[in-house]
Every structure is written in structure tokens, then in C-alpha cells.
Design a protein around this ligand. Structure first.
Ligand SMILES: Nc1ncnc2c1ncn2[C@@H]1O[C@H](COP(=O)(O)OP(=O)(O)OP(=O)(O)O)[C@@H](O)[C@H]1O
Ligand SMILES: [Mg+2]
Length: 251
């Protein structure tokens, strides 16, 4: 579904990613773990298109998208969320979703005048879509609340809902469990699992090993910008190099 081939990235003299490889199979939750500074978020930026790799390719469903700009990647079904939630605090939960919808006729002033009926139909369809998503994720009861009042975990779910408005095939999540209470972590895991069972492919960067162990079928371990190993949670947990990489990071 999604392949990263030989991706390298440096910021000035600092080499952050070196010859990184990753293969995320369709309908599977792929995890990315590694010590702080391993380059995990940078890799998601490169996959999402916000950073250009120095070398290497990003391939989505067999097509090379390395040169494709982020919003066009999103239109092709590749959507990312950020390590820090980026909700629009003054807007309601529902409005946050409506803002996430691309290519609306009403965004163009002259088209809004020329095609008022089409604008109304699109707005109704977007509102229906948003409602379905919020119900699926369990946030519908908060639809009219300002987003700033949500808990950390609810903000993560809102971020996920905004991604769902784009009808994604692949969602990239950066630390969905960070700053989230344990019961809410379980809830987020459940939502991700359900969405994956519904056909969405996930690539998740995460430090919370309970979440990784419970939902990721295949896990890539990175250290210092390179692939260390990959496999099931059981396989990587038994790998001495993985333990060493984490202990090395604590020094
Ligand atoms: N824009 C940038 N300019 C310079 N260096 C950067 C930039 N972005 C990231 N880095 C450096 O790249 C390295 C990898 O950062 P990255 O954020 O990808 O790590 P990470 O694995 O996501 O870490 P964490 O687990 O703490 O989120 C770090 O040493 C960081 O300081
Ligand atoms: Mg990070």
C-alpha cells in the first residue's frame, strides 16, 4: 500500500534519516517505534510530503508520489495528523470537521454566487459525513462544544475525525497516546482498530508500548535515523538490539 524506499534526510550537517525502508501493507496497522530523536516524526513529515527527502522514494499504491505536494497526497488518500493536536479551539467540534473538507465549491466566492444550490448540497453532504464520523468515533455528543474544552484524548480523536473527513486510505498518526489518560488510550486503540477493520491502513508512531503491543501487527524499530529491525511485537521485544537502542537513548 505504502512504501518508503531508501529515504535519507539531513538538516544541514545533521543526518536525521539514512536509507530508511518501510512497507505498510493494506488493511494493517504498522507501528514505528524508537528512542527520542530517532527520526520518527521526520519520517512521517517526509511520507506526508511536508519535508522533501534528499534521496529515496515514497510509493503509494504503486505510484511514486515523492514529488507530490501534501494536499494532493491527501486527495490520493494519504493523510497525516501531527504530534501536537492542531484543533481550532474557538470552533466547535463539528465546525472543526467541516473545515477539514477539501475542494468545496463555496470556497470560491464567484462559484458560491454562481452555484448556490451546489454549495448547499455540498454543505449538507459534508455535515452528514461529519455526523457519521463523530458518531463512529463517539464524539457526537460533543459536536456543539468548543474544541478547546476537550481533554487531551478527545483532541486526539478530533484530529483523527478531521483526517477521516478526507476519506483516507492511509492515515499517519504521530503519538496518538501522548498526553492521554489510560482509559482514553484504550478508547483510541479501539477506534483505530475498528477503522482498520473497516479498511483503512494505519502507520503509527508511538512510545506507549501497551498501545503498540495491542494494535500494531508489524512494528518497525528505528534508532539514530536508520532501520534497526522489524517484526511482530513479540519478535522485536525479544530482540537484544531493541533493548540496547532504548537503553542507549537513556544514557
Ligand atoms: N527542522 C529541523 N531542523 C534541524 N533538526 C531537526 C529538525 N527537525 C528535527 N530535527 C532533528 O532531527 C532528529 C530527529 O527528530 P524527530 O523529531 O524526527 O525525532 P522523533 O523520533 O520523532 O523523536 P520523539 O520521539 O522525541 O518525537 C532530532 O535530533 C531533531 O533535533
Ligand atoms: Mg516525534
Amino acid at each position: 500500500m505504502l512504501r518508503v524506499a531508501g529515504v535519507s534526510k539531513a538538516f544541514g550537517a545533521v543526518r536525521v534519516l539514512h536509507e530508511v525502508e518501510l512497507d505498510a501493507a493494506a488493511g494493517v496497522i504498522t507501528g514505528i517505534i524508537g528512542p527520542n530523536g530517532a527520526g520518527k516524526s521526520t519520517l512521517l513529515y517526509v511520507i506526508g510530503g511536508l519535508l522533501k527527502p534528499d534521496t529515496g522514494r515514497i510509493v503509494l499504491e504503486g505510484a511514486d508520489i515523492t514529488a507530490v505536494v501534501p494536499y494532493k497526497r491527501a486527495l490520493r488518500g494519504l493523510v497525516r495528523t501531527f504530534q501536537l493536536s492542531r484543533e481550532l479551539g474557538e470552533l466547535t467540534v463539528l465546525e472543526n470537521l467541516l473545515f477539514a473538507r477539501p475542494n468545496q465549491t463555496g470556497e470560491s466566492v464567484w462559484k458560491a454566487f454562481a452555484f448556490p444550490h451546489r454549495v448547499r448540497c455540498e454543505e449538507r453532504a459534508a455535515a452528514d459525513h461529519a455526523r457519521t464520523i463523530l458518531e463512529r468515533v463517539g464524539l457526537w455528543r460533543l459536536a456543539d462544544q468548543p474544541a478547546r474544552g476537550l481533554s487531551g484524548g478527545q483532541k486526539k480523536l478530533l484530529e483523527l475525525c478531521r483526517a477521516l473527513m478526507l476519506d483516507p486510505k492511509v492515515i499517519l498518526l504521530d503519538e496518538p497516546a501522548a498526553g492521554v489518560s489510560p482509559p482514553m488510550r484504550a478508547e483510541i486503540s479501539r477506534v483505530i482498530r475498528t477503522l482498520c477493520d473497516g479498511g483503512i491502513t494505519f502507520v503509527i508512531v508511538e512510545h506507549d508500548m501497551d498501545m503498540v503491543a495491542s494494535i500494531c501487527e508489524r512494528i518497525y524499530v528505528f534508532a539514530e535515523g536508520t532501520n534497526l529491525t522489524c517484526g511482530s511485537f513479540k519478535e522485536i521485544a525479544a530482540d537484544r538490539r531493541v533493548v540496547d537502542a532504548y537503553l542507549g537513548g537513556l544514557k
